[in-house]
Design a protein around this ligand. Structure first.
Ligand code: MG
Length: 168
């Protein structure tokens, strides 16, 4: 499989789609995270914030690095014991979560709490990616997807200061 986007951003976006993650899947996660805090939050607003997250270079780099490792694991191209760790999505590995922090960081600390929460609850596409029911390896992708949603939700929160009890 050769993926050649014109830009780093195009390549990252194409990789997400090829691995089965759409903008609508991401929007569903952002809606899940922010709906309790923002009245009348729409899918369109969620998508606007996801698009902003997907325009950041550090996000592109995390996406292409994580998905590349997932693909190499599927192709059995990794060294032992990393090959087995990724194939089995070994719970104590933790580097998949660390890589995703490069995305979570982009819009401040609210991203951290959102990320931890969504990783625990695993709504929508996250549940599918964690099913471990096929030949595909999503050890890195699930964290990347959760992190994109968490960062977009954080951006949304910061752009709605009127929701805060403390206003300036
Ligand atoms: Mg993972």
């Amino acid at each position: 499989m050769v993926i050649q986007g014109e830009t780093l951003e195009e390549t990252a976006r194409q990789l997400l789609l090829q691995r089965g993650v759409t903008i609508d899947d991401l929007a569903e996660l952002v809606l899940f995270l922010q709906k309790p805090y923002i009245t009348n939050l729409t899918t369109e607003t969620c998508i606007e914030n996801i698009e902003a997250v997907l325009s950041k270079r550090e996000v592109h780099n995390a996406i292409i690095t994580g998905i590349q490792l997932d693909i190499l694991a599927e192709q059995k191209q990794l060294l032992h014991p990393l090959q087995e760790i990724l194939t089995e999505d070994e719970g104590l590995y933790g580097i998949d979560e660390i890589l995703a922090l490069a995305i979570v960081n982009v819009y401040g600390t609210i991203g951290f709490t959102n990320y931890g929460y969504i990783d625990k609850v695993k709504p929508g596409i996250l549940k599918k990616l964690n099913a471990h029911d096929g030949k595909q390896c999503h050890t890195f992708l699930d964290d990347i997807v959760g992190a994109i949603a968490a960062a977009a939700a954080s951006r949304l929160a910061h752009s709605n200061p009127a929701q805060s009890p403390i206003t300036q």
